[in-house]
Design a protein around this ligand. Structure first.
Ligand code: CO
Ligand code: ZN
Length: 340
């Protein structure tokens, strides 16, 4: 049954799960179910990173390759419950007050809330501390029956396919998780490498899960799979990335400069196999490749990205063909020898 799941189905299912940083349990269990048929070993560590291991097939000069995609998503955390039962909150990861007003959020236990705002004289006063979550409670006591201080919530939003595109919450980075699962599924008996699909925790609060994961795996090569900005909307800052131009091969962001040999290998394989690709240069942000490439004695690392509009909002948009190209590119690289 799991084998018949489409890439699109995997992305949609994963994006709808509740998984703020440090509370990735539901996402991890879903990935475990999806990836189990395709790997030889599956385990997690004390922080909650999930490792899906595909042993090398046949003899040959295979390397240990770590693919990393983060399971967590941005969210909010309850800091105070007032007498009327309204919840005050702080951000978990990078999200802005302007996208929160009027949004529905959902807690891990299924409690749904809507974000309201104090009356504001000026839009400049639109700050997180002026907002609150209304969970329909009659008073503080009633609220505390369902939500505790320190509980986290995420956007509540179904994934929808719109033409060739998908819109939803947490495509950062559930699309990366789905791409890694799909790549492991597609490898078949064709890879000489030992491939570790690592689904990491707590990326959105500073790539905290990837460092111990990289230490544990001790890979020869690291490839993070994550979203990147897409600069193809009105008056966007001029950057090269756009939806529908293919898998993005990262040159740099603020956490990593992709290893030039790996970067060239990705470009070469994409050209050989006719896989659509684009180069990515990001002037901010980071991914799990940051801590991976600086782990142990240093790990040659690269990033395959999926361009995404409206990052960290409930309406993130990707092009499904870019996600497909990312799967094709990973499979192409993993099927052949990697010479560093
Ligand atoms: Co993010
Ligand atoms: Zn991300």
């Amino acid at each position: 049954m799991e084998q018949e799941m489409s890439l699109e189905g995997r992305i949609a299912r994963l994006s709808e799960m509740v998984g703020p940083s440090g509370h990735e349990e539901a996402v991890r269990e879903e990935i475990r179910r999806q990836v189990a048929p395709f790997v030889d070993d599956l385990f997690e560590d004390s922080l909650g990173n999930l490792y899906a291991v595909r042993r090398p097939r046949g003899a040959g000069s295979g390397l240990k390759v770590m693919l990393a995609a983060h399971m967590d998503e941005v969210g909010i955390i309850v800091t105070h419950v007032d007498d009327q039962g309204f919840l005050r909150f702080a951000p978990v990861g990078g999200l802005s007050a302007s996208v929160l007003v009027g949004q529905q959020v959902v807690f891990a236990n299924g409690t749904v809330g809507v974000i309201g705002t104090e009356p504001l004289d000026d839009l400049k006063d639109l700050k997180m501390e002026r907002l609150f979550v209304d969970i329909g409670a009659r008073n503080r006591e009633d609220a505390l029956q369902r939500v505790q201080i320190g509980d986290m919530a995420v956007y509540r939003r179904a994934a929808s396919v719109v033409g060739r595109r998908m819109v939803g919450k947490a495509l950062d980075d559930r699309v990366g998780c789905a791409v890694v699962v799909e790549a492991l599924a597609r490898l078949g008996d064709s890879s000489p490498h030992e491939v570790y699909g690592v689904f990491t925790v707590q990326e959105e609060v500073g790539a905290r899960g990837a460092r111990p994961a990289a230490y544990r795996v001790a890979p020869d090569v690291g490839i993070a799979v994550d979203v990147t900005a897409s600069a193809d909307t009105p008056k966007a800052r001029p950057l090269p990335m756009a939806l529908g131009k293919g898998a993005a091969i990262k040159v740099k962001d603020n956490s990593v400069i992709s290893h030039p040999v790996l970067r060239r290998l990705l470009v070469e394989r994409a050209r050989q196999r006719g896989i659509p690709f684009q180069m990515e240069v990001l002037d901010r942000g980071g991914t799990d490749a940051g801590p991976i490439h600086t782990s142990r004695e240093g790990v040659p690392s690269a990033v395959v990205s999926i361009p995404t509009r409206y990052l960290h909002t409930p309406g993130e948009v990707i092009d499904l063909d870019d996600a497909r190209a990312a799967v094709d590119l990973l499979v192409a690289v993993l099927q052949d020898e990697i010479r560093l």
